[in-house]
Design a protein around this ligand. Structure first.
Ligand code: FAD
Ligand code: NAD
Length: 465
């Protein structure tokens, strides 16, 4: 390769890295992105957001066809599941999208180097199989990896992480999911819809910790109705593969009693941790926090001059859109602009059916902080559009400041909660009130009307309930 001096070198081609690279090139920086995976898009496109959503959609279609269409007068005879075709479709979606990023790199004149990068200090980077790269600014966007469960060996065949759970060769009869968080519930739903008996073992006494507890309870009820079983306040103390089975020992956190379980597959989904292996942080003087994240100060600066870090590898929610926004903000700062990211308004969305979408503060947090607030709720059961499509599970919950009516949080369970939440985010971003939402004309019949009704309910004047 010819000139390997760049304005900006980005290590990692995930949502944080590749978006930063495109925005940097738009701003006129001579930019290189170094990625070792062999494909762009990072965890999100290759083994995360995209393949999981492809399988969530396919499995939803199968589930609908499998007994949920009769009420519409649609009968299906001889329904079958071709799992390998379903998995191949998912792989094609991933492949098309990762190639799409390569196209965007070419379009924006971002240099793409395939290989593992490590810092050498002094603005220099060694790249496996390539010439040394030097850059004025270096951005670390190396993402995260699965958190292992001590004593339980992930073989990605029977005891799998999310990566293995995206390509099980057959539907397990019994699937045990360790961890009632986002991954456990999304991928647990996929395999449950395809026919697995799914048991979620969660250490805490609730699922999706951190989410509004009323929403979490409603969500758990909905998943139970769909057939998922839950063992809360329970931990897995051992899991050993024997032939085609995995034998597990689980222990009640409160009582200390233990019980044996058997499964055809086990999904370990207890979280993710920052990934910095082989990155040469010491050589460059980049320090980590106690939690293993790259330590950053204002402007995403690491402890080494000219080196920055964004995305899953730093503090904050491990979400693709958070990583993307940080990438944009960082390179705009480097260009002398004054961008801003509101960390209080990063949405969290779980793409099950119904979906769960939340933004801002939960009722639990407001109670704890002693804030005087008002709550407006509207059940999807009373929304006419939800009735027409039979998507009546869930509710919209809006929390507003009791004095100013400013919206402080919005928490939704609905089939399209992930789309609905963005109205609340926009209003909150502008410091708007529940009354602002209530006074906005919403199209009829739409599920968005449930957002308007919840806003009306904050003031005790919903129309349709
Ligand atoms: P990553 O996407 O992890 O990318 C980092 C990249 O850096 C990797 O490709 C890695 O190969 C590369 N790299 C690491 N070290 C080096 C090195 N030394 N040299 C070169 N390259 C290197 N988030 C959402 O917002 N919505 C979702 O629906 C969602 N679903 C998910 C589902 C699953 C199953 C999983 C596992 C995650 C999901 N996430 C979701 C989380 C999301 O994938 C991450 O938050 C996001 O990918 C983080 O982006 P990133 O750029 O920080 O890191
Ligand atoms: P998580 O943090 O969402 O959930 C992990 C769960 O496991 C928690 O409920 C925790 O209490 C439980 N747990 C921890 N240790 C346990 C143990 N020993 N036994 C039983 N339970 C235990 O983590 P995840 O579901 O693995 O997801 C990882 C990351 O990926 C999350 O940060 C999430 O933001 C991201 N992700 C996002 C999406 C999305 O946005 N739709 C989808 C998938 C993943």
């Amino acid at each position: 390769m010819s000139d390997m001096n760049f304005d900006i070198a980005i290590i990692g081609g995930g949502p944080g890295g590749y978006v930063a690279a495109i925005r940097a090139a738009q701003l006129g920086f001579n930019t290189v992105c170094i990625e070792k995976r062999g494909a762009l898009g990072g965890t999100c496109l290759n083994v995360g957001c995209i393949p999981s959503k492809a399988l969530l959609h396919s499995s939803h279609l199968y589930d609908e066809a499998n007994g949920h269409l009769e009420e519409h007068g649609i009968g299906i005879k001889g329904l079958s599941l071709d799992l390998s075709a379903m998995l191949a479709r998912k792989d094609k979606v991933v492949d098309d999208l990762t190639k799409g990023i390569e196209f965007l790199f070419k379009k924006n004149k971002v240099t793409y180097i395939k290989g593992a990068a490590s810092l050498l200090g002094g603005g220099k980077i060694a790249v496996e199989g390539s010439d040394e790269v030097s850059a004025k600014h270096i951005i670390l966007a190396t993402g995260s990896e699965v958190t292992p469960l001590p004593g339980i060996e992930i073989d990605e065949k029977r005891i799998v992480s999310s990566t293995g759970a995206l390509e099980l060769k057959e539907v397990p009869k019994e699937l045990v999911v360790i961890g009632g968080g986002v991954i456990g519930l999304e991928l647990g739903s996929v395999w449950s819809r395809l026919g697995a008996n799914v048991t979620v073992v969660e250490f805490l006494d609730r699922i999706i910790p951190g989410t509004d507890s009323e929403i979490a309870k409603t969500f758990q009820r909905s998943l139970k109705k769909q057939g998922l079983k839950f063992k809360l306040s329970t931990k897995v103390t051992a899991a050993k593969t024997k032939g085609k089975k995995v034998n597990l020992t689980v222990e009640s956190v409160k009582k200390g009693t233990s019980e044996e379980m058997s499964a055809d597959a086990v999904l370990v989904a207890i979280g993710r941790r920052p990934y910095v292996e082989g990155l040469g942080l010491d050589a460059a003087g980049v320090e980590l926090t106690e939690r293993g994240q790259i330590k950053i100060s204002e402007g995403y600066k690491t402890t080494a001059a000219g080196v920055y870090a964004i995305g899953d590898v730093v503090e904050g929610p491990m979400l693709a859109h958070k990583a993307e926004e940080e990438g944009v903000v960082l390179v705009e700062l480097l260009a002398g602009q004054k961008p801003h990211l509101n960390y209080g308004l990063i949405p969290g969305i779980i793409y099950t059916n119904p979906e769960v979408a939340t933004v801002g503060q939960t009722e639990d947090e407001l109670k704890e902080a002693g804030v005087d607030y008002r709550v407006g709720k509207f059940p999807m059961q009373a929304n006419s559009r939800a009735r027409t499509s039979g998507a009546t599970d869930g509710m919209v919950k809006i929390i507003a400041d009791a004095k100013t009516d400013r919206v402080l949080g919005c928490h939704i369970i609905a089939s399209d909660a992930g789309a609905l939440i963005h109205e609340a985010i926009a209003v909150m971003e502008f410091g708007g009130s529940a009354e602002d939402i209530a006074r906005t004309c919403h199209g009829h019949p739409t599920s968005s009307e449930a957002v308007k009704e919840a806003a009306l309910a904050v003031d005790g004047r919903p129309i349709h309930i």
